[in-house]
Write a protein of this length. Structure first.
Length: 268
């Protein structure tokens, strides 16, 4: 009787705690638990890392002047000056008169990424990449920017092959950075490749031990396979890195409670 009463009391405590948690969790029909679907947490230094700058854009290879006076060189200069709206407008004018000008589409796409116009950026950068590949001159910066634009529009299926390219280049001058590794892990996770995602998130954390978002997803993957000890370890690191990360705190709390319930039940 005491064991039954203790378990009932423990169940009431757990239920009350769950009702007060910031992030809701639900019980599946099988009895397994899953965290709610959360908005993708922002990666560390997202604003700096996600927006391609003019310094990462190759110097225009074609100086085309349209009837309106627009030119690739002017568009590129505006991009360097961070006048993104003007740069996009100038580049689009060039592209309208010369649809096969990959540099114009590329500059327009970079400007749009910086303006957070990710759907437009994805369309223009894809056009640029297609033209580059036709000419046998694929540009790494275009690949990287397009991959990020696809991630931002949650088109993970298109993003993933580009992210694989971006994170497996052999050049020592441009090793994969933590942001791109995180994006690759996110794309893999969202396309149901949990094992691949775990490897990518671990690589991101190895490069940047305080990559909060990668640590969160490592904890989430461990939680989903019911490895509460591993989940707690990763989520503790995530909350230490960013104490304001509510989803990480919620999942960490639930991982602790589930482990405690399992341990108490085993002892009882």
């Amino acid at each position: 009787m005491m064991k039954t009463g203790f378990r009932a009391s423990l169940s009431r405590v757990v239920l009350s705690a769950l009702m007060l948690m910031t992030a809701a969790v639900v019980f599946g029909q099988s009895g397994a638990t899953r965290p709610r679907r959360v908005t993708t947490p922002p990666p560390v230094d997202d604003e700096a890392g996600a927006s391609p700058s003019a310094s990462r854009t190759a110097t225009p290879t074609r100086t085309v002047v349209t009837n309106s006076g627009a030119s690739v060189a002017r568009a590129y200069s505006l991009l360097e000056q961070k006048q993104y709206e003007a740069a996009a407008k100038e580049a689009k004018q060039v592209a309208a008169g010369d649809p096969n000008n990959s540099e114009a589409w590329k500059i327009a796409g970079f400007a749009e990424v910086n303006l957070k116009q990710y759907a437009e950026a994805a369309a223009d950068l894809q056009r640029a990449l297609d033209l580059q590949r036709t000419a046998g001159a694929e540009d790494a910066n275009t690949v990287d920017a397009l991959a990020q634009a696809y991630v931002r529009t949650e088109d993970y299926t298109r993003a993933l092959p580009l992210l694989v390219i971006a994170t497996t280049r052999t050049s020592k001058a441009t090793p994969p950075d933590a942001l791109m590794l995180y994006y690759r892990g996110l794309a893999e996770y969202r396309t149901n490749k949990a094992a691949d995602a775990e490897r990518s998130f671990n690589a991101a954390v190895k490069t940047d031990p305080k990559n909060t978002a990668a640590l969160y997803y490592l904890g989430r993957i461990a939680f989903e396979r019911r490895d509460d000890t591993a989940a707690i370890a990763s989520l503790n690191r995530a909350t230490l890195s960013d104490p304001r990360f509510a989803d990480a705190w919620a999942l960490l709390t639930y991982a602790y409670m589930r482990r405690a319930a399992v341990t108490t039940g085993a002892k009882a």
